[in-house]
Design a protein around this ligand. Structure first.
Ligand code: URA
Ligand code: SF4
Length: 212
């Protein structure tokens, strides 16, 4: 298995989100900084009480430098609105801060590729710093990658979806948010006949998380 130096040595000793974001631009904790355009750090309301964690930036996020601004982001916005969750109370980030992709055969398109477990682990120090800076009351993991980063690599989304969970002890320093795991908005986009049902249950999970 490939091991990486990891992000820890790049994470400054501050809980100021702007300083963390600026430092993350120079991270070389794993190989993903080489091909992607930029680090996409989290962002959102300073008084955020809910933290949403996705997988990694996609093509559009890599170009824009902001999380969840592409198709999955639009679906997420719609779901939050439906769930009556104000975007101003939400901090949005990803388990991995660089876009991992393959090139299409003609080289023109960049096609999303799931990050490896080693890349997820390498990037976790940034996520831990964000948790400690934002100190949310509730964390929503959007999909299995986020859940595995925060809850352990054997976490099974299908078994624990919707349950109210806690972070493992080593991540709980200074904050002990409720954690819920739901589907990734891209999974809703990919679903065909069940798309409406999946969207509805995604909205339900977000609305319930907002009550915690
Ligand atoms: N998918 C993610 O997991 N995160 C983003 O920021 C965009 C798409
Ligand atoms: Fe650093 Fe994370 Fe980017 Fe890897 S993916 S280089 S650990 S910010």
């Amino acid at each position: 298995m490939v091991t990486y130096p990891g992000a820890q040595q790049y994470v400054p000793d501050t809980r100021d989100l702007a300083e963390l974001a600026a430092a993350s631009a120079g991270c070389r904790g794993c190989d993903l900084y080489r091909e992607a355009e930029r680090t996409v750090f989290g962002g959102g309301g300073h008084e955020a009480r809910m933290m949403l964690v996705g997988e990694q930036p996609g093509n559009e996020e890599d170009l824009a430098g902001e999380p969840f601004v592409g198709p999955a982001g639009h679906l997420l916005d719609k779901a939050l609105e439906r769930a009556d969750v104000d975007r101003g109370t939400v901090y949005v980030t990803n388990a991995v801060k660089h876009f991992r992709f393959d090139r299409s055969a003609n080289g023109r398109r960049r096609i999303h590729k799931k990050p490896t477990g080693a890349q997820v682990s390498a990037c976790r120090p940034w996520l831990e710093a964000e948790l400690d800076a934002v100190r949310p009351e509730v964390v929503v993991c959007l999909g299995a990658t986020a859940a595995q980063s925060l809850l352990g690599k054997d976490f099974k989304l299908t078994q624990h979806r919707g349950e109210v969970l806690r972070l493992p002890g080593e991540l709980r320093e200074g904050c002990d948010p409720a954690v819920v795991v739901t589907v990734h908005p891209s999974a809703v986009l990919r679903a065909k006949s069940q798309r409406d049902d999946m969207f509805r249950s995604f909205v339900q999970d977000l609305a319930r998380a907002a009550t915690l």
